[in-house]
Design a protein around this ligand. Structure first.
Ligand code: NAD
Ligand code: UDP
Ligand code: UDP
Length: 314
């Protein structure tokens, strides 16, 4: 049994990770300030004696006895990370520093949930880990993109200077049950709109592409990454390389839900990347032949079922 701290544990990805690591018999501290996460995401775990919930903001120091840390705390959707961009930078940087200080003191392993956004609007396609990115340092998305880049730098320097055992993963778009329906991300928006019979909001002409992985595939990769040898620190891309346009995504969601919602076209947000697709060669090589297993149609069905239930309760 390991003592594992999951920051941002009451969020979308964090709650799935808490669930999985508890199931494997670990002792979990789920830390969250509930900015975008919610107690309802982890309520079903509260009866488990190995689960502890802590309300805390990682921009403040935190002391506990742990063997591993998964650092996920950070608003992740454009709507939420732009709500208070200075706070987003603080969470990315001071939050990472505090968790690295904790890892250093405890000699704990620490995994950083970085993002494909460190590649910005990429000039090469698909993106490989040694591509340095094309990021606007002064735009409205910069608080998140540059915050996550600075966090990677800090992780690398704690590793080089203090010998902290780090792991960096760059997560590409992920979806699944417990996404926040208010966070404006495309999968949750389209599903909620389709289920309510509202217009489906296509930003731009809908020809921009993304590749989405189902949350269970990501959680599997995170656990495998944490278990790798000391000398493998990443960064490593974790995502599903199957790429499609936002118009194709809308069509698939309309098909599965049987909704008659119409498409409406709206302005493209600034700095919205044209295309994004992970090269996952490194992950396959280093994470015991890991690769995404859940097909879009199956993952969407699970997610639609979740939102359907959620909407019927509200
Ligand atoms: P989420 O918003 O559901 O989860 C983030 C959690 O962190 C929330 O529960 C929130 O309340 C908490 N949090 C935010 N600031 C905090 C602070 N200062 N102190 C303590 N807790 C704080 O988002 P998610 O999609 O689950 O993302 C989790 C992590 O994965 C984030 O770091 C995000 O950048 C990264 N990521 C996610 C995706 C994706 O597609 N979902 C892609 C790339 C990277
Ligand atoms: N820190 C923390 N928990 C710990 C150890 C450190 O939150 O268990 C914080 C500490 O308050 C500091 C940060 O992590 O702000 C970085 O710690 P480090 O030891 O690297 O730096 P120093 O304290 O020497 O500035
Ligand atoms: N998008 C859209 N309609 C929406 C929400 C998003 O067309 O209602 C587009 C958005 O402009 C982007 C893509 O879908 O091109 C993915 O957006 P999301 O915010 O989910 O992720 P990110 O831009 O961070 O990859």
């Amino acid at each position: 049994m390991k003592r594992i701290l999951i920051t941002g544990g009451a969020g979308f990805i964090g709650s799935h990770l808490c669930e999985r690591l508890l199931r494997e018999g670990n002792d979990i501290i789920c830390l969250d300030n509930y900015f975008t996460g919610s107690k309802s995401n982890i309520r079903h775990l509260l009866d488990n004696h190995n689960f502890e919930l802590v309300r805390h903001d990682i921009t403040e120091p935190y002391y506990a006895e742990v063997d591993q840390i998964y650092n996920l705390a950070c608003p992740a959707s454009p709507v939420h990370y732009q709500y208070n961009p200075i706070k987003t930078m603080k969470t990315s940087f001071y939050g990472a520093m505090n968790m690295l200080g904790l890892a250093k003191r405890m000699e704990a392993k620490i995994l950083q949930a970085s993002t494909s956004e460190v590649y910005g609007d990429p000039a090469i396609h698909p993106q490989v880990e040694d591509y340095w990115g094309n990021v606007n340092p002064i735009g409205v998305r910069s608080c998140y993109d540059e915050g996550k880049r600075a966090a990677e730098t800090l992780f690398m320097d704690y590793h080089r200077q203090n010998g902290v055992q780090i792991k960096i993963i760059r997560i590409f778009n992920t979806y699944g049950p417990r996404m926040n329906p208010q966070d404006g991300r495309v999968v949750s928006n389209f599903i909620v709109q389709a289920l309510k019979g509202e217009h489906i909001t296509i930003y731009g002409d809908g020809s921009q592409t993304r590749s989405f992985q189902y949350v269970d595939d990501l959680v599997e990769a995170m656990i495998r990454m944490m278990a790798t040898d000391r000398d493998f620190i990443g960064p490593v891309n974790i995502g599903n390389p199957v790429e499609f346009t936002m118009l194709e995504l809308a069509a698939e969601i309309l098909r599965i839900t049987g909704s008659r919602s119409k498409l409406v076209y709206m302005p493209l947000p600034s700095d919205d990347p044209r295309q994004r697709q992970p090269d996952i060669t490194l992950a396959k090589e280093k994470l015991e032949a890991w690769e995404p297993k859940v097909k879009l149609v199956d993952g969407l069905k699970q997610t639609i079922e979740y939102f359907d239930k959620l909407l019927s309760q509200s």
